[in-house]
Design a protein around this ligand. Structure first.
Ligand code: GLU
Length: 466
């Protein structure tokens, strides 16, 4: 069928397409039982695609949605390892190679006890569209393990990473599948994984993993990129409303890699960040988070935010996690950056933020905002940047690392940061113009889903039924 993006969507065909999408979604739920986070991620994308199918009937003819919801390949494997006392442990490893329409599978590895196939599939599904939005040639994938790095010694982490890579290596390659970090996987783990890959394959294949150390193939700005990018995206959203970050009060959740560098960039742009958190609770520091101290506590001592509160002084309030209530989101702020984990910000939290006067929310983590909370923000006119767009700076800088590896080159911090800023601006603008083109100005959820989907779907059409 011919492509005609100008076709006006009649209400009848819009409804008909939504019914088709409903049926497709029901099928995804039936075929992927119990994978609730995956269902949620698929639902959040599909519910915005009705108008696209109405304008581009060739996507439905080619069964693009059915194909995109089914990973190209799913790997699950045993990861046996011994702890320091010689006790044997058996974990489960995952790699879901979701889509290679735009490039090699690309996405992080998460080591956390909550990891299961449904979590990896939700992350991999999101990654397809996020990676497409960067405008760089990377497909979508994700992996990880239910291994809990918390409390493990360096030697245990190394043995676990070596065992994990001893199975995974055969599925990787700089042109095939390129993992990186995510929750529980940082520079230390990437080092051990890279060492084992190199040893097994006898290849110094720099581009097979990203997030490497600066002395052995890593890229400047990769460590900072997700948090920096999230704040740059927020600044773009505010700018399009004639506002800025200067002088703003910002609430951040989390205290891992994404949170730390979101705090850093927000402070550089003149905002005051008053919160951060971890699973034990959150801190409120009205003088503004002392980032050097927080980095020391989290990255050197591998401590908790409670330790930060104690070291920082009596003006800091530490609130223990109660498991209910609005937690960190009860703190009034102009800008909220959820940088911890999925579904950490629910409807009650969103209502509290709106009451507190929040103007912009951007997801540093993957899917931290529940669908009901997203609706609250949208109905209240809050600028809302979904993770696919707002946290794409990390994977985009991974693609820049691959580019440098391929040319055996390394760029300066300034040059790389400039590229990152340009990419975040490009993502913002393409989400904004796509949302407008589909009659939802200012709706970055619609814009990100449709802009990402169109790029992947067009490539799939061109590449035939594979
Ligand atoms: N885990 C990050 C994300 O969620 C980065 C992935 C990568 O750099 O490949 O996008």
């Amino acid at each position: 069928m011919p492509t005609n993006p100008q076709t006006v969507t009649s209400p009848a065909s819009f409804d008909a397409e939504n019914r088709v999408i409903e049926a497709l979604y029901a099928d995804v739920v039936r075929r992927n039982k119990g994978e609730t986070e995956f269902h949620q991620a698929v639902h959040e994308v599909l519910e915005t695609l009705g108008p696209v199918l109405a304008r581009r009937p060739e996507f439905a003819d080619a069964r693009i949605i059915e194909r995109i919801c089914e990973p190209e390949r799913q790997l699950m494997f045993r990861v046996p390892w011994t702890d320091d006392s010689g006790t044997i442990h058996v974990n489960r490893g995952f790699r879901v190679e979701f889509s290679s329409a735009l490039g090699p599978y690309k996405g992080g590895l998460r080591f956390h006890p909550s990891v299961n196939l449904g979590i990896v599939k939700f992350l991999g599904f999101e990654q397809i569209f996020k990676n497409a939005l960067t405008g760089l040639s990377i497909g979508g994938g994700k992996g990880g393990s239910d291994f809990d790095p918390k409390g493990s010694s360096d030697a245990e982490i190394m043995r676990f990473c070596q065992s994990f890579m001893t199975e995974l290596y055969r599925h990787l390659g700089e042109h095939t599948d390129v993992p990186a970090g995510d929750i529980g996987v940082g520079g230390r783990e990437i080092g051990y994984l890279f060492g084992q890959y190199k040893r097994i394959t006898n290849r110094y294949e720099s581009g097979v993993l990203t997030g490497k150390g600066l002395g052995w193939g890593g890229a400047q700005v990769r460590t900072e990129a997700t948090g920096y990018g999230c704040v740059l995206f927020t600044a773009e959203m505010l700018r399009s409303r004639g506002e800025g970050l200067e002088g703003r009060r910002v609430a951040v959740s989390g205290s891992g890699n994404v949170a730390l560098y979101a705090i850093e960039k927000a402070q550089q742009l003149g905002a005051t960040v008053v919160t951060c958190s971890d699973s034990s609770g959150y801190v409120v520091d009205e003088k503004g988070i002392d980032l050097e101290l927080l980095k020391e506590v989290k990255e050197v001592r591998r401590g908790r935010v409670a330790d930060y509160a104690e070291l920082r002084g009596s003006h800091v309030r530490f609130v223990e996690a109660a498991g209910e209530g609005t937690g960190v989101w009860g703190v009034p702020c102009d800008v909220a950056l959820p940088c911890a984990t999925q579904n950490e910000l629910d409807e009650t939290d969103a209502l509290a933020l709106v009451r507190g006067g929040v103007k912009a929310v951007a997801e540093g983590a993957n899917m931290p905002t529940t669908p009901a909370a997203v609706r609250v923000f949208q109905e209240a006119g809050v600028a809302f940047g979904p993770g696919k767009a707002a946290n794409a700076g990390g994977v985009a800088t991974s693609a820049l690392e691959m580019q440098q590896n391929a040319s055996r080159d390394s760029w300066t911090f300034a040059r790389t940061e400039e590229r990152l800023a340009g990419i975040m601006r490009h993502i913002h603008d393409s989400c904004a113009t796509t949302a407008e083109r589909y009659g939802h100005p200012g709706n970055y959820v619609v814009g990100a889903n449709i802009a990402g989907f169109e790029l992947v779907a067009d490539a799939m059409l061109a590449q035939g039924l594979v």
